[in-house]
Design a protein around this ligand. Structure first.
Ligand code: ADP
Ligand code: MG
Length: 216
């Protein structure tokens, strides 16, 4: 079983969004995915209520109860745990990082968000967890050329000795519309550019965990 935590010290960076979309990719009949919502705001729990499909399974959990929840998931044969976190509760974020195999850190290519990355990275380093910084809500590429702000954001991360994902999640209404109907983009708009970005991010998540071969 793998545990991926979605975290950043900045609200609105896309933690809940990416957590929901990726969890549907990870979900498999023989190894179901579990969404663990530790954010009192309960975005993922709400998404799950709107969802017709029963999987991925979703559970609300206090951050301090994460070790027990993860252990129970392991016994239940869960393949992947995706943990969503609140932006401001340091103790809760640290507790989530501690149980994680990988911390996915979404950030918008904007100055305040990049500034907040330093604190998130420092925390992951102190706890000793690998990170996957992901540029979210990026302006669309022009052909293969990333927007200037995206290139700058990437350089800022390199300057913090972090390596962001080479891809990007673009600002697309489909991400929000899919969630509002309890779906992931791959279900809402199969074959769309949005679905293909999430698929690439899923492959990168697997790579970051050292899993070889592609799935979906
Ligand atoms: N790539 C995107 N394209 C369009 N809207 C997005 C994207 N990522 C996030 N959003 C929207 O931005 C808002 C904040 O995202 P959310 O995932 O709730 O952030 P967080 O969980 O980090 O606070 C939500 O309304 C969400 O629908
Ligand atoms: Mg959230």
């Amino acid at each position: 079983m793998r545990v991926v935590v979605f975290t950043s010290r900045k609200g609105g960076s896309g933690k809940s969004t990416l957590c929901a979309h990726l969890s549907v990719y990870a979900d498999a009949p023989n190894a179901p995915a579990l969404l663990i919502d530790t954010d009192p705001q309960g975005s993922l729990a709400l998404w799950h209520e709107l969802r017709q499909a029963e999987t991925p399974v979703s559970v609300k959990c206090e951050a301090r109860d994460l070790p027990d929840t993860i252990e129970a998931a392991r016994k239940d044969g869960i393949g992947w745990c995706f943990v969503d976190t609140p932006p401001h509760n340091t103790a809760d974020i640290a507790a989530a990082m501690r149980v994680a195999d990988l911390a996915v850190i979404p950030f918008r290519p904007a100055v305040f968000d990049i500034a907040a990355m330093a604190a998130t990275l420092e925390m992951a380093r102190a706890i000793g967890k690998p990170v996957l910084p992901v540029i979210n809500s990026a302006p669309p590429r022009r052909g293969v050329q990333a927007a200037h702000v995206v290139t700058e954001a990437r350089e800022a991360l390199f300057a913090m000795s972090a390596t962001p994902w080479a891809g990007q999640i673009t600002t697309r209404a489909a991400f929000a519309h899919a969630l509002a109907s309890g779906q992931a983009v791959g279900e809402f708009e199969p074959g769309s550019a949005a679905a293909s970005e999430v698929s690439e991010l899923w492959q990168e998540t697997r790579r970051a965990l050292g899993i070889r071969g592609s799935k979906k």
